[in-house]
Each structure stands twice: as C-alpha cells, then as structure tokens.
Ligand binder design. Structure first.
Ligand code: PLP
Length: 437
C-alpha cells in the first residue's frame, strides 16, 4: 500500500523531538553527550502527586471532556492564589497537555490570522499551518530581549489580508526559546494594542511558575477580556509525560467559543487521563509544600542559567541572563566570519558541527522561526539529575545560598557542556580544529 506524496501533508516531526532522538542515539553508542537540545524538566513531580497517581490507577472511566470538576476548582483557586488570575472553574479546560489546548483553541476558529513572534516555540507555526490559518510573523530583536513591542504588533496587524477575520496572537513568557519575561509596563502597553484591535491572546504561560524570582505576571491581569491562559504540569511540576494541560478562558469566550473547543475535544482527544487528573489535584495546591518545591527549583535554575549566560557572554556569544524557565537563546553572530571560514553558514550547520565536535546538543534557530543564516541556537540547561539536585538544595535549606560548588557537584554536565561550547568557539575563531568528542 502506498500513498501518493502529493496527498500527504508537508509536515516534519517537531525539531525538539528529533534533537532528543539524536542525543539518545549518541548515548547508546557511549559517546559523551551534553543534552541541551530538548526542553524537558529534570525535576520530579511532587511526591504527594505521585502517590495520588498510584492511588488512582484504578480510575478507569473516561472523565468529562472539560476535566473533572474537583481539578478545575483546584486549578482556578491555585492560579488565583499564585498569580492573581481570576477565572472560575467553569472556564477552566483540562486536556492531555497544553499543546492540544493551543491547537484546539486555534481550531475553534474556522478562519483566523495567527500572529507568531519570531523567535517562538517550535509548534505554534506548524499547528497554524495544519489548520490552514495564515501566519503573520511579529519580529523581535536581541536588543529588545526578543520581546514583542506595541509598534511591532501594530505593524504586524496592519498586514492582515482581510480585516474582519479574527486575530489570534501566540504570546509566551517566560519564553521558550529565550527564558525572558515581560515587565508590567510592557504588558500594559501591549494590552492597549490588543484592546484596540480586538486580538485574542493565546498566552502560553506554561513556564510562569518557573519565573526565577517568582514574579511572573499573567497577560490576563492587564487584558482579562481577551486572554486565554494556558499552562499545565509539564514544566513547573516536572511531569511532561503525564500529559496534563489547562486553559483558562476569558468571560467573553465563555459561550460559543468554549463550546466549540469542547466539541472539538469530544471528537478528538476526549479527555485527559483520569488518574492523572486526580493526581493533578494534589499538585494544584498553593501551600507551603508547593511554594518550597518551586523555590528550590527556581534557585537551582536561576544559578545555573545565570552562570551559563555569563560564561557564554565572556566567550563572545550573545545571550541575555534568563528571567525564568530553563532556556537561553544564543547568538553566535560575533563569530560569523570565523565560522564561515570553517564552512558554517547556517544555524543547523552550527549545531551539527558543535554536536559532532563536542557532544553538546543545542537546537538550531530555524525551528524557532529565525532565518536559517542567523547563527542562533537554543540551549536548555536541563542536563542534570533533577531529583538529586532538588533534594540537595532542600537539605541545604533555603537560608543557605547555593554556590559554584553546588553546580559542579550536582549539575556537572551544565558546567562542562558550557566550557566545551566556549572552547569550541575559541578554536573556531583561532582557525584551530577541536578534537571530535
Ligand atoms: N508551550 C511551550 C512554550 C513549551 O515549551 C511546551 C513544551 O515544551 C509546551 C507549550 C507544551 O506543553 P504540554 O506538555 O503542556 O503540552
């Protein structure tokens, strides 16, 4: 049986998953690897959530499409206490990952212009393309910390082909691929543009609770009428494989739009796994246990992210210190001439050569929408044993600041991989070969 390729959709596997497969292959061959390509939380879920998952393994029935009521209540109370987002349980949707909720929200619109910042997370543009929605990029710059500005948003909105088709913007902060956030003033200014143009903001806040200072500000605070906030257990609760995502809808979409999302869900994924939903009730509790669990993750990520950013900056790689999540977006342009002489003129070539020569895997900038000749790459500083690091941090206590020795002991690959990147660019700049790893 064959299918004529003309009838196949021109889709490629997500770049992040490909990076993960490459690194697994190197590991099977016992090659040294520094896995900074795949953005997965290294930390374990909260123990009480794991216990609840075991206790609820026998919950074998389908759950309601929107999610079990007790979880939706917990999510609503949690996000109000943690971030001040006021959305009742009736407007919380639960699904098998926020990725599916983003897709379902875009799918609820028969036609839409989808606005996507550049760079942005790998799956937004392919999802829009699968649905046949035209994408309008919103350019950002290194100097602007890869943030969408009101001016850039206005210019992008002016490019709409048909004015009355809905506008939907994918906004993500703290951001993947850059780890950067928006200030309250920036969000207020953007909200003015969104309001003026009636933009639906799909605010992907999956890393909100991993803001390193615990100062995440939701877009929903400044633009409550038009913001759909998405999140879930994958990042702050270290449970990507559990597949549990949530969306919080604004009041104005609590009618036909919500019903369309639920109808699509009922015809596609049906519901999130029932045992996982019961387990999630134990994660979505804003108490001292959760606060401490987050505080330890944040300080480990902040220390490592800042050290890596500082070290790479010293080596002439452009990068901002992170504000949240576990990503850094690297700009190798300062070494463009030396890299060109080594035959490297695209971000994909750069990442392939770096992996081949050093065993360090980072993800090339194209997959985030950057032009392929822009020498950029995303580094996810998550190559460490999160369970061991978390318990060491807990044993040290929050009063005692963590230092370099903590990084060397518990995050050695983050330290060594960073040094290898620095040695590699230094060798390239000097026109020297670096011994293949
Ligand atoms: N949004 C961003 C920015 C992500 O980085 C990811 C996962 O990598 C997701 C959404 C998907 O999260 P989930 O596991 O909830 O589907």
């Amino acid at each position: 049986m064959t299918v004529d390729e003309r009838y196949l959709r021109p889709v490629k596997k997500s770049g992040t998953l490909v990076a993960n497969e490459l690194i697994q292959k190197r590991r099977q061959q016992n090659c040294p690897t520094y896995a900074f390509g795949f953005g997965q939380s290294p930390f374990p879920p909260l123990p009480r959530a794991i216990d609840a998952l075991q206790d609820n393994a026998s919950q074998k029935y389908y759950a309601p499409v929107q999610g079990i009521a007790v979880l939706r209540e917990s999510v609503a109370a949690f996000h109000e206490a943690a971030e001040g987002i006021k959305v009742p349980a009736s407007r919380v949707l639960v699904a098998d990952g926020s990725k599916n909720l983003l897709f379902t929200a875009m799918q609820a619109l028969k036609k839409a212009h989808i606005f996507i910042p550049v760079p942005a997370w790998v799956s937004y543009a392919p999802q829009a393309a699968l649905l046949g929605h035209p994408v309008i990029p919103v350019p950002t710059t290194f100097e602007n910390h890869w943030r969408v500005t009101p001016e850039a948003m206005e210019l992008a909105l002016a490019r709409k082909a048909v004015r009355d088709i809905p506008s939907m913007l994918l906004l993500n902060h703290p951001g993947n691929p850059d780890g950067l956030g928006y200030t309250a003033a920036q969000l207020r200014a953007l909200a003015g543009v969104f309001r003026k143009h009636n933009v639906i903001v799909l605010s992907d806040e999956i890393y909100g609770l991993l803001h390193h200072k615990g100062e995440h500000r939701s877009v929903a605070l400044d633009y409550p009428e038009g913001t759909i906030v998405t999140g879930g257990l994958s990042k702050w609760s270290g449970a990507g494989g559990w597949r549990l995502g949530i969306a919080m809808l604004p009041e104005l979409l609590d009618g036909a739009f919500k019903e369309a999302m639920l109808a699509i869900a009922s015809e596609t994924y049906s519901c999130a796994s029932t045992p996982v939903q019961y387990a999630a009730c134990q994660a979505y509790v804003w108490d001292e246990v959760t606060k401490s669990y987050l505080a330890h993750q944040r300080r480990i990520l902040s220390l490592s992210g800042n050290r890596i950013a500082d070290r790479l900056n010293q080596a002439g790689i452009g990068v901002h210190r992170p504000e949240g999540a576990f990503y850094l977006f690297l700009d190798f342009s300062m070494h463009a001439e030396a890299l060109r002489q080594a035959g490297i003129t695209s971000s994909q070539q750069l990442c392939e050569a770096l992996l081949r020569d050093t065993g360090v895997s980072v993800l090339y900038g194209d997959v985030f929408g950057m032009p392929s000749n822009h020498l950029s790459a995303r580094l996810a500083y998550v190559d460490f044993d999160g369970a061991a690091a978390l318990s060491a941090s807990e044993n040290a206590g929050l009063e005692k600041p963590l230092d370099e020795s903590f990084l060397r002991q518990h995050l050695p690959n983050n330290v060594k991989g960073t040094e290898l990147i620095c040695e590699w660019v230094a060798a390239k700049s000097a026109g020297r070969p670096l011994k293949a790893a």
